[in-house]
Design a protein. Structure first.
Length: 634
C-alpha cells in the first residue's frame, strides 16, 4: 500500500489505521496536524467521498489551516475524484453546532438564521437580568462565566436552580432564568447554546442523529484534551455504528481545566470506544536538550500515559537561567539578551517572551521600548486593559474632570446605564432617578477627595486610594473568575507609580499619568510584523519560536497560587510549564527574581519548584558578568 512520503513509522501507522476508533497521543511538535491531514487524504485515496469526512477543531485559524492544506493538496491525484470540488467538512465545534441547528431549525422551533449573542451581547443581558432581580452587586462577567461553565458541563438553568444552595448561587440561578427568557423572546442563542442545542437535537431525535452519522462516516477531533463535557458528548453522538472516530491530543498539554476542559475525555477513550492507540513521540521542533528538560519536568505528573519526546536534530544548547535581583533587573536582562540575539542575526519575530500573568508584561514592555526593540503584545496591552484604564480615568478626572474621563468613571458605576450617562454628560443630572443621583454624588465626592490629596500625597498612594475608594478593588475581589489576575494588574500599576514618588506633589502624579498616556500611544503605533512577541503561556499554545524566554519562575507566580486552589492545580501548572518549554526550537532563557515589587511593596521571592524539577546538568547560569556592561541592577 502506498504511504505518504516523509512520515515516520508511528505517523504512518496513524494515517493507515482507517477503520474503527483511533486514539492518537501526539506530543508537542510531533506533527499532529500533518497526521490528521494525511489521514484524511488516505481515507479519500481509498475511495471514500470527501463529504463523508468530518474534522473538528477549536479555532477558526486551525480549521482554516487544515482546510487549506487539504484543499490545496494533491490528495486525490490519480483517482477518479481528482476533479471534485467537494472537500471534507472542517469546522470548529461552534460552527458545527450552528450547522446542525440551521439545518434543523424547525425541529428546534427556531428561525433559519437565529440571532447569535456574542460575549458583549450576553454581558449586556446579564446586567439587565441582575438589575431585574435586584442583584446588581454581582459582577456580570462572573455570572456569565458560571453560566457558561455549567452549560459546558451539560447543566441547564432549571437543574442549576434546583441545586443552588448559597445566596450567590441562588442569585445566579435567578439571573440565569431571566437571561434564558430574554434569549427565547428574542429568538436568540448565545455561544454555549450552539453546542447545547445541537446535543439536545441529536439526543432527542434518533432520525436526525442517524442522518448525520450516515453523512459523516469518518470523524476526526483535534485537541481532544481540551474538550469539555458538552463537546465530547456532541462528538460521541455523531459516531456511527462503525465507530470510525479518530481523536488527537496530548494529556501533557491539558491547560484549560479552569474553563471546563476534561482530561477524563482522553483517559476514558479506550474504555469507551476500544480500538487502536498510536503515540507520536518524535519531535520536529526542538533540540534534544529542550525535550529532555520537558520530559523530566512532566514526569512528575501522575495519571498520564508514558511518553518521552525525542528528536534527530541533535542535543542543541543548554537552557540558560538568570537569577535577577528584582523585577526590573529581570526585565533588563530580557531586553539586553534580546538585543544580543538581534545583533547576532536573529529576527525579532523569532523571539518570544512568555509569562504566567498578564501584568508581568509591563516591565518588559518598558525595557524593550527603552532599547528600541520592536515588540508586539498578544492580548491587551498593559495600559489598554480595562481595569488599568478605569483607575487612570479616576485619577485624571480627579485632577481635571473632562467629559472623556468622566464618561469612563461613570461606566465603572453599577446601575448607571447609557441613557443616564448621556444625561449626566449633557448637564441634566436633575432628571435622574434618586438612586443614580446618589451614586453620582458619592463618585464626585471621591473624585474631590482624590483631587485634594493630589496636592500632597505620593502617586503610589493616590493610585491605591483610587483603586479602593472607587469601588474597583471590591468589584474585582467579588469576581472569582478573572478578578484575581485583574487585581494583580492594578498592583503592578501601583508598583509603577512608586517610581514617581520621589517627585514633589502634584508633579509626580502628573508625570506618572503622562508616562502612562505616552506608553499607551506608543503601543498603539507598534504594528511591526517583525517584532518580539510577548504573551501568556496560555496564548502561546500551538505556536513555536527559535528563542523563548520564560520569566517570573517564582513560587506563587509560576506555579500560580490562588486562595481557592483547586485539586490537582499544581499538575495543570506543571503542564503549562511543559507547554512553555516545548514552544522553543533552539534556545530557552529562564528567569526569576529574588525580590519583586507587588502592589507597591517589595517581597522576597522563592524560586519556582519547576526549576528544581528540571535536569540541572542541562541548565547553564547567566550572570551580569557574562553580559558585560549591559546589565545594571535596579
Amino acid at each position: 500500500m502506498k504511504v505518504p512520503l516523509q512520515l515516520n513509522a508511528q505517523q504512518q501507522k496513524a494515517v493507515l489505521t482507517i477503520g474503527g476508533p483511533l486514539l492518537v497521543i501526539a506530543g508537542a511538535g510531533a506533527g499532529k496536524t500533518r497526521v490528521i491531514v494525511e489521514r484524511i487524504r488516505e481515507i479519500i485515496r481509498q475511495g471514500v467521498a470527501p463529504e463523508k469526512v468530518l474534522a473538528v477543531t477549536f479555532t477558526n485559524k486551525a480549521a482554516q489551516e487544515m482546510r487549506n492544506r487539504i484543499q490545496g493538496s494533491t490528495f486525490a491525484q490519480g483517482s477518479p475524484r481528482s476533479n471534485l470540488k467537494d472537500i471534507p467538512f472542517i469546522s470548529t465545534f461552534h460552527s458545527l453546532g450552528l450547522t446542525l441547528i440551521k439545518e434543523n431549525h424547525k425541529v428546534l422551533g427556531l428561525k433559519r438564521n437565529p440571532a447569535i449573542y456574542d460575549r458583549g451581547d450576553s454581558l449586556r443581558e446579564i446586567k439587565h437580568a441582575l438589575k431585574t432581580i435586584g442583584a446588581e452587586d454581582l459582577e456580570p462577567r462572573m455570572v456569565l462565566a458560571v453560566i457558561s461553565r455549567n452549560k459546558g458541563e451539560g447543566v441547564d438553568a432549571d437543574s442549576f436552580t434546583a441545586g443552588a444552595t448559597s445566596p450567590m448561587e441562588r442569585d445566579v440561578a435567578r439571573a440565569w432564568l431571566v437571561y434564558e427568557k430574554e434569549l427565547r423572546e428574542s429568538g436568540a442563542l448565545d455561544f454555549d447554546d450552539l453546542l447545547v442545542r445541537a446535543v439536545v437535537l441529536l439526543q432527542t431525535n434518533p432520525e436526525v442523529r442517524k442522518k448525520y452519522q450516515e453523512r459523516w462516516e469518518y470523524l476526526h477531533i483535534d485537541e481532544y484534551q481540551d474538550t469539555n463535557a458538552i463537546q465530547a458528548t456532541l462528538a460521541e453522538l455523531l459516531v456511527g455504528p462503525q465507530k470510525n472516530i479518530c481523536v488527537v491530543g496530548d494529556l501533557d498539554q491539558t491547560i484549560y481545566g479552569w474553563r471546563g476542559a476534561m482530561i477524563e475525555n482522553m483517559l476514558s477513550f479506550e474504555k469507551k470506544f476500544g480500538g487502536h492507540v498510536v503515540v507520536l513521540e518524535q519531535n520536529y521542533r526542538s533540540s534534544q536538550n529542550i525535550l529532555d528538560a520537558a520530559n523530566e519536568l512532566i514526569a512528575n505528573n501522575p495519571n498520564r500515559p508514558e511518553k518521552r519526546l525525542f528528536t534527530e536534530a541533535g542535543p542543541g544548547e543548554k537552557l540558560a537561567l538568570y537569577a535577577a535581583g528584582d523585577g526590573g533587573d529581570e526585565a533588563l536582562f530580557v531586553a539586553r539578551k534580546i538585543g544580543e540575539l538581534i545583533h547576532d542575526g536573529a529576527r525579532p519575530q523569532s523571539i518570544a517572551v512568555l509569562y504566567r500573568a498578564n501584568f508581568q508584561s509591563r516591565a518588559i514592555e518598558e525595557k524593550l521600548l527603552d532599547a528600541g526593540i520592536p515588540y508586539q503584545v498578544l492580548g491587551t496591552r498593559f495600559f489598554e486593559r480595562k481595569e488599568v484604564k478605569d483607575v487612570l480615568a479616576w485619577l485624571r478626572a480627579a485632577i481635571s474632570e473632562t467629559p472623556t474621563e468622566l464618561a469612563r468613571v461613570i461606566d465603572t458605576l453599577s446601575g448607571v446605564g447609557k441613557v443616564s450617562k448621556l444625561k449626566i454628560l449633557a448637564g441634566q443630572e436633575h432628571t435622574l432617578a434618586p438612586k443614580i443621583r446618589e451614586r453620582l454624588s458619592r463618585a464626585r465626592a471621591t473624585l474631590q477627595k482624590i483631587g485634594v490629596h493630589a496636592a500632597n500625597l505620593q502617586p503610589s498612594h493616590l493610585v491605591r486610594m483610587a483603586i479602593v475608594e472607587s469601588g474597583i478593588e471590591q468589584t474585582l475581589k467579588d469576581d472569582k473568575i478573572e478578578g484575581g489576575e485583574r487585581l494583580e494588574n492594578l498592583r503592578e500599576l501601583v508598583s509603577l507609580a512608586v517610581r514617581y514618588d520621589g517627585q514633589p506633589a502634584p508633579s509626580g502624579l502628573e508625570a506618572f499619568l503622562e508616562s502612562a498616556a505616552l506608553a499607551s500611544d506608543q503601543d498603539e503605533l507598534k504594528e511591526e510584523r517583525d517584532a518580539v512577541r510577548l504573551m501568556t503561556v496560555h496564548a502561546a499554545k500551538g505556536l513555536e519560536f527559535p528563542y523563548v524566554f520564560i520569566v517570573g519562575l517564582e513560587e506563587g507566580l509560576f506555579p500560580y497560587s490562588r486562595e481557592d486552589e483547586e485539586k490537582n492545580a499544581i499538575e495543570e501548572e506543571r503542564r503549562l510549564m511543559y507547554v512553555a518549554l516545548t514552544r522553543a526550537q533552539k534556545k530557552i532563557y529562564l528567569s526569576f527574581a529574588m525580590m519583586r515589587t507587588v502592589f507597591g511593596s517589595t517581597d522576597i521571592r522563592q524560586a519556582s519548584t519547576f526549576l528544581q524539577e528540571l535536569p540541572q546538568e542541562l541548565i547553564e547560569p547567566e550572570t551580569p558578568e557574562r553580559l558585560g556592561k549591559t546589565i545594571y541592577l535596579d
